[in-house]
Design a protein around this ligand. Structure first.
Ligand SMILES: *Cc1c(COP(=O)(O)O)cnc(C)c1O
Length: 360
């Protein structure tokens, strides 16, 4: 068996020890005689898996006691609608910061439910920067302020938590959750799909401050109502049981690595290796401003785009896969989430050097 270095933006690579344990437990989870997939979500075994995953996630992120952690379904794109439906009662509008493709998607969807005020946008710079906080034109009557903490496609990440006063800050953290410590208390709500940095697609994490529950519009479907899901311990509908089980194993793996501080050190080392190389030559270029470069998704371009195909083919032949950039940005993108080992990035940089020497 050969495993590749998988630079996919998502669904993405998972830690190998997690996959091995899941394989071992596939037919018989801890003497239950069943696969986790076959268990009742209300049975004793699965309830313990669910509770343990919740507990570990709260511990890793040091979630304050006045926040609820919800395990939902639908992914971040569903949350683009679920968030406004849950927070708009008594309000007419919300503020959005536009920093790229995922912000744009959030803005479009929210527009179905409320008046969206785009309080700042980096569109004019080609989405390679984050508008400075001083330039944001926030509405004091907004229901919330929405940001995308890490633009997975453009490779733009917030390296600060914006102060937005008393209006709740809402963040899409799909592609950088658990990559480093996060001060949950600075947010009203964070959400993200699991398939970037946590586990299989199908699980959506929502962490919401309790005082924001009970603000949902009457049209909100019960399964997507934060207050109802919180009251039902995320079991109002059948939760994505297998995805929760794998997420729990990933949480345990992160804890064994030393928690989020250790993840941050590991992720900074990998990102520095790649960005330092990109900045040291002119065969490749990195488009994003230095102060907001993503630690998770590193877009880069070849000076001569006619070599893109050859670059990708050569990479594939070495087991460096899924490096093609998103179609709206073009070029290349290396996604280097928690599960990507340093050796994977070292192998990528070695290949990039060789390719540049051959074609430069
Ligand atoms: C992947 C991603 C999404 C879309 O997630 P789905 O699970 O497909 O709904 C939204 N926002 C960000 C930041 C993402 O990385």
């Amino acid at each position: 068996m050969t495993r590749v270095y998988n630079f996919s933006a998502g669904p993405a690579a998972l830690p190998e020890p997690v996959l091995r344990q899941a394989a071992e437990e596939m037919l018989d989870w801890q003497g239950s005689g069943m696969s986790v997939m076959e268990m009742s979500h209300r049975g004793r075994e699965f309830m313990s898996i669910h509770a343990e995953a919740m507990h570990l996630l709260r511990e890793l992120l040091a979630v304050p006691p006045d926040y609820k952690v919800l395990f939902m379904q639908g992914g971040a794109i569903a949350e683009n609608a679920i968030v406004p439906m849950n927070l708009l009662r008594g309000f007419t509008g919300a503020d959005y910061i536009d920093t790229g493709e995922w912000s744009k998607r959030s803005i479009e969807e929210a527009g179905k439910y409320c008046t969206v005020n785009v309080a700042a946008s980096s569109r004019d710079s080609g989405y390679t920067s984050i508008p400075p906080r001083e330039s944001w034109k926030l509405d004091p009557n907004a229901a919330y302020v929405h940001i995308c903490a890490n633009e997975t496609i453009g490779g733009v990440e917030y390296h600060f938590t914006p102060d937005v006063g008393d209006v709740p800050l809402v963040a899409d953290v799909s592609s950088n959750i658990l990559s480093r410590p996060l001060d949950v208390s600075k947010y009203g709500l964070i959400y993200g799909g699991a398939q970037k940095n946590i586990g299989p697609a199908g699980l959506t994490i929502v962490i919401v401050r309790e005082d924001l529950l009970g603000r949902s519009l009457p049209i909100t479907p019960s399964a997507f109502d934060y207050g109802q899901q919180a009251a039902a311990d995320s079991m109002l509908n059948t939760p994505p049981t297998y995805a929760i089980y794998i997420a729990g194993l990933v949480f345990k793996w992160i804890q064994a690595q030393g928690g989020l501080a250790a993840m941050e050190a590991h992720n900074r080392a990998k990102a520095a290796l790649l960005y330092d190389y990109l900045d040291s030559q002119d065969f490749y270029s990195a488009p994003v401003d230095k102060d907001c470069r993503s630690l998770m998704n590193v877009p880069f371009r070849l000076r001569d785009a006619t070599l893109d195909g050859a670059f990708l083919e050569g990479a594939q032949a070495r087991g460096l896969v899924q490096l093609k950039g998103h179609r709206v940005v073009g070029g290349m993108r290396a996604s280097i989430y928690n599960a990507m080992p340093l050796e994977g990035v070292q192998a990528l940089v070695a290949y990039m050097r060789e390719f540049a020497a051959r074609h430069g």
